[in-house]
Design a protein around this ligand. Structure first.
Ligand code: HPA
Length: 266
């Protein structure tokens, strides 16, 4: 189905009023979608949208109002490791742009390499390291593929999110996120290497979405809900079920920050 037809299908179901902000929800962070007063469209009704593969995700697009802002919430994302395609989120993000959005906020669950950002805390991404070597724009033909990534994590959005967190009395520390392809977790040696390279947290998503978001001219921000210390930095075992268990701790804080930021205007 063409981008145009897909956009029309969504507008027919959710209304034609332009969307302002797109939100991608990470593992275990899905309940934010329930906060929205709007219309939910299962990905299964949207040709080309990712098939639901990862537990802890809710594969639906919710469009509606959150704190006076029209938002589109992606309850599930496609990860590179599900299909081997780095551009698996390209169509959903193109749809977001076509619906009128100017802003993209990605969220994820991540492992921390910083003792001062322990499980249960949130990290605001101020940069990333593409540790996978992959890129969602490989194969893109236009010169637009040469996307500058200097301020990929929009300084004004970061300021707004930091201010909202402060107003809510929630700790939000800025840091660098490293994208590891997954689906296996990292080895202790990989974590030591990533840490030396300058990363503060590690996860299996977000980076390709931010690259695509910048390619599409969206203002981007991203927040990690820290669910565990990265491999080798704690005795606690790392598992997806642990991620799903811990992510809601961050999700509750994230909802308050996002509500406050949206209410005061991005
Ligand atoms: N590594 C990669 N991805 C993750 C982690 C981790 O430690 N925790 C949650 N998602």
């Amino acid at each position: 189905m063409s981008l145009q037809s897909l956009t029309k299908l969504i507008r027919d179901r959710a209304g034609i009023e332009p969307v302002s902000v797109g939100l991608i929800l990470g593992s275990g962070l899905g309940h934010l979608a329930e906060a929205v007063d709007g219309v939910a469209i299962p990905y299964a009704d949207l040709p080309g949208f990712p098939h639901a593969g990862v537990s802890g995700h809710n594969p639906q697009l919710v469009i509606g109002d959150l704190e006076g802002t029209r938002v589109a919430i992606f309850g599930g994302r496609a990860h590179y490791y599900e299909s081997g395609r780095g551009d698996a989120m390209r169509l959903p993000l193109e749809v977001l742009k076509a619906l009128g959005a100017t802003t993209l906020i990605a969220t994820n669950a991540a492992g921390s390499m910083r003792p001062d950002i322990p499980p249960g805390k949130l990290m605001l991404l101020n940069d990333h390291i593409n540790f996978s070597g992959l890129n969602p724009l490989i194969g893109e033909q236009s010169d637009a593929r040469f996307v500058p990534m200097g301020d990929a994590y929009d300084p004004d959005l970061r300021k707004a999110l930091l201010a909202a967190a402060k107003a809510e009395g929630i700790g939000l520390t800025e840091g660098v996120y490293a994208w590891y392809s997954g689906p296996s977790f990292e080895t202790p040696a990989e974590i030591r290497a990533i840490r030396i390279l300058g990363a503060d947290a590690v996860g299996m998503s977000t980076v390709p979405e931010i690259i695509l978001g910048r390619f599409l001219g969206l203002r981007c921000a991203a927040v990690s809900a820290i669910t565990n210390m990265a491999q080798g930095l704690s005795d606690e075992s790392i598992s997806h079920s642990h991620t799903k268990l811990m992510a809601p701790v961050g999700a509750a804080k994230l909802e308050r920050i996002l509500r406050r930021a949206l209410a005061t205007g991005f």
